[in-house]
Design a protein. Structure first.
Length: 389
C-alpha cells in the first residue's frame, strides 16, 4: 500500500464514519429504554383513560420485563445467521409499532399486548447492540459500552420526566405516538449508519449451550443477578426514602441520582482494564448508600447516599457488559444475552421482593435487604480471580 501524504483533514471522514454507527446504536437504545419506562411518567392519566387502577396500570412496565426475560436468551438461537444490522433495525421497527399500539389502545388488554411486544424489542436490541458496536468499531470495547450505557442514563434522566411533562400538556397517547415516531427515526438512522454485521460464527443454540457450561461466566452472571436484585428491591421506593426526610427535594434528588449515574457510566468505562475492581466497586458503593439511607434522618446523609447509589448502580451495566465479553470472548452474543436475562429477571423479581417487604415490614428492611444483596454481589465479583477461560 502506498503512503498517504494528505493533510490531517483527510482523516475527518474516517473518524466520522467510525463513530456514527455507535451514536446511531446509542440513539436506538435511548429511545427503547425511554419507551420502557414511559408509563411511570403518565400512569394516572393512562389508568383513568382506560378504566383501571394505577396498580393494575403498573403492569405495563412489568410486562416488558417478562417479555424481555423470555427474549434475551432465545433471540440469537432463533436468528443464528441473520445480519445483525438488519436485526437491530427490525427490533427498532418493532419497538415503534409497539409504541403505536399503546398510543391507540382502546382497552388495557391491547395496551398490555403492545408492551409485551416492546419487551421483545428492548431485550433483543440490548443483547445485540454491544456485540454489533464492537465489531463496527474494533478495539474500542470500553468506549462502545460506556456510550451505550450513557444512552440508557440519558433516557432515565430525560425520557421519563419529559414524557410526564408532555403527557400533562397533550395527553399520554400523544407521548407514545411521539415515542413511536422517534423510535422509527432511530431505525432509519441505524440502517444508514451501521455497516453490515454478520452473525458470529456458530451463533445459535450450540453457542448458548457452551456459554452455559462456562463455570466462571455463570458465576459472574449469578453475582450480577444478586447485585441487581438488591438494587431493584429498593429502587422503586427511592422516593419514599427521600420523602421521609424531606419531601420538598424529591425531584432534585432524583435528578441527582441520574447525574450520579452518568458519572458511574464513565467511571466504569475508565476502569475497563481493571474489571474485577469495577464489578466489585459498583455494587459495594450502592450497598453502602442503601445502608446509609436506611438510617438517614437528615439531608446531610440523604444527598451523598442518593448520589452514591446512582453512581454505583450505573457502574454495573458497563462493568458487567465488559466483564462477560472478556470472560467469554468467543461467544460474546450468548454471554451478553445471559447478562440481559439476569438484568430482566432481577428487575422483575426485585420489584416483587421489595413490594412484599414494604407491605410486611416497612421501608427500612427493604433498604437493608437491598444493601445485603448488593454486598453479596460485590463479594462474589471480588472472589473471581484468574484470567478468563
Amino acid at each position: 500500500m502506498s503512503t498517504s501524504t494528505r493533510t490531517p483533514t483527510s482523516t475527518t471522514p474516517t473518524v466520522r464514519a467510525t463513530w456514527t454507527p455507535v451514536l446511531a446504536l446509542t440513539s436506538g437504545i435511548a429511545m427503547l429504554v425511554s419507551s420502557e419506562f414511559l408509563p411511570a411518567g403518565v400512569l394516572p392519566g393512562l389508568a383513568a383513560d382506560l378504566g383501571v387502577t394505577e396498580g393494575t396500570a403498573g403492569l405495563a412496565v412489568a410486562a416488558t420485563a417478562v417479555a424481555g426475560l423470555l427474549t434475551a436468551p432465545t433471540i440469537a438461537v432463533v436468528l443464528p445467521r441473520a445480519d445483525r444490522r438488519t436485526v437491530l433495525v427490525a427490533l427498532l421497527a418493532i419497538g415503534a409499532v409497539a409504541n403505536l399500539i399503546v398510543a391507540v389502545a382502546p382497552v388495557f388488554a391491547v395496551l398490555l399486548a403492545g408492551r409485551l411486544v416492546l419487551g421483545v424489542s428492548v431485550a433483543g436490541y440490548w443483547a445485540f447492540a454491544f456485540a454489533a458496536g464492537i465489531r463496527a468499531v474494533p478495539g474500542r470495547d470500553a468506549t462502545v459500552s460506556t456510550t451505550l450505557a450513557l444512552g440508557v442514563s440519558i433516557a432515565t434522566i430525560a425520557g421519563v420526566p419529559l414524557g410526564s411533562l408532555l403527557g400533562d400538556l397533550f395527553g399520554w397517547r400523544w407521548v407514545f405516538g411521539l415515542a413511536a415516531a422517534l423510535t422509527a427515526a432511530s431505525a432509519v438512522g441505524v440502517w444508514f449508519a451501521m455497516p453490515s454485521v454478520p452473525a458470529q460464527p456458530g451463533a445459535g443454540l450450540a453457542m448458548l449451550r457452551r456459554a452455559l457450561t462456562h463455570r466462571r461466566l455463570m458465576l459472574g452472571i449469578t453475582f450480577l443477578f444478586v447485585a441487581v436484585l438488591g438494587n431493584f428491591a429498593a429502587y422503586p421506593y427511592i422516593r419514599l426514602a427521600i420523602e421521609r426526610v424531606d419531601a420538598s427535594v424529591v425531584a432534585l434528588l432524583l435528578l441527582l441520582w441520574g447525574l450520579g449515574g452518568l458519572g458511574g457510566n464513565l467511571a466504569a468505562g475508565s476502569l475497563s482494564r481493571r474489571l474485577r475492581l469495577a464489578t466489585t466497586l459498583g455494587p459495594a458503593l450502592f450497598a453502602l448508600a442503601l445502608a446509609a439511607l436506611a438510617g438517614a434522618d437528615s439531608l446531610w446523609i440523604v444527598v451523598p447516599a442518593v448520589l452514591a447509589w446512582g453512581f454505583g448502580m450505573n457502574m454495573v451495566p458497563v462493568a458487567t457488559q465488559l466483564w462477560v465479553t472478556t470472560a467469554e470472548p468467543r461467544r460474546t452474543e450468548s454471554a451478553l444475552a445471559l447478562q440481559v436475562t439476569a438484568f430482566q429477571a432481577a428487575i422483575m423479581l426485585g420489584s416483587a421482593l421489595g413490594g412484599r417487604l414494604l407491605d410486611g415490614a416497612g421501608l427500612t428492611p427493604v433498604l437493608l435487604t437491598g444493601a445485603a444483596l448488593a454486598v453479596v454481589g460485590a463479594a462474589g465479583f471480588a472472589s473471581l480471580r484468574g484470567r478468563p477461560a
